[in-house]
Ligand binder design. Structure first.
Ligand code: IMP
Length: 191
């Protein structure tokens, strides 16, 4: 009999939980993911790797968690805007949102509409060990208008091979997405 491995995902974002649970269910039958809803403070740093590492260290120092846990931080990077919104994605989404980003991209065509999504998963196995980071990226482009009803955040404006992430099922998004790739690396490491 194989033992099930349990791991805690600390987040308040139900969409991220849905994507990650869906992928674990489909691809990692020995691993059980539990959500712990805790709104930890997120530091504003220049790289999402550093944001994820700082969040993981904060949780390790301030909470007593007996099982291995992970958190994740994501961002969307637009080269023609010098990587904006990048690590400021959450703030930009809350303030100018998808409409504001579409306005900023007004008049940009072809290659100038390229964008990259990146996820950094930070895993903490024990309080003695530094967090381990797993990174996933996906290249796409900023659509000309919002399309699709699914997903969350920038999904309606992030186009991958003709469809926006908001037009894809969770399963289809997971196959190609930044989060899917980073999380698959975490699952391989745990397995
Ligand atoms: P955070 O990882 O929760 O800090 O996310 C930063 C911002 O990027 C938030 O506004 C999210 O809504 C957005 N975001 C993160 N992941 C995704 C995604 O997979 N699709 C669309 N937007 C995302």
């Amino acid at each position: 009999m194989r033992l099930r491995k349990e791991i805690i995902f600390i987040t308040t974002n139900a969409h991220k939980v849905e994507e990650i649970m869906d992928l674990a269910y489909a691809e990692a039958e020995d691993i059980t993911i539990e959500q712990l809803e805790y709104d930890y403070p997120e530091r504003q740093l220049d790289a999402i790797e550093e944001v994820a590492r700082a969040s993981a260290n904060y949780i390790m120092e301030n909470m007593e968690i007996k099982k291995p846990f992970f958190i994740e931080d994501s961002g969307m990077f637009i080269p023609v805007l010098n990587g904006f919104p990048g690590p400021f994605s959450a703030f930009v989404f809350k303030t100018i949102g998808n409409e504001g980003l579409l306005k900023l991209m007004g008049g940009k065509r072809g290659d100038a509409r390229r964008a990259t999504f990146k996820t950094v998963v930070a895993l903490c196995e024990t309080s003695e060990k530094e967090p381990i980071l797993f990174v996933g990226t996906v290249e796409g482009k900023i659509a000309n208008a919002m399309r699709g009803e699914g997903g969350f955040g920038f999904d309606p404006i992030f186009e991958y091979k003709g469809a926006t992430f908001a037009e894809m099922s969770t399963e289809a998004k997971n196959k190609v997405s930044h989060r899917g790739k980073a999380f698959r690396k975490l699952l391989n490491y745990i397995a």
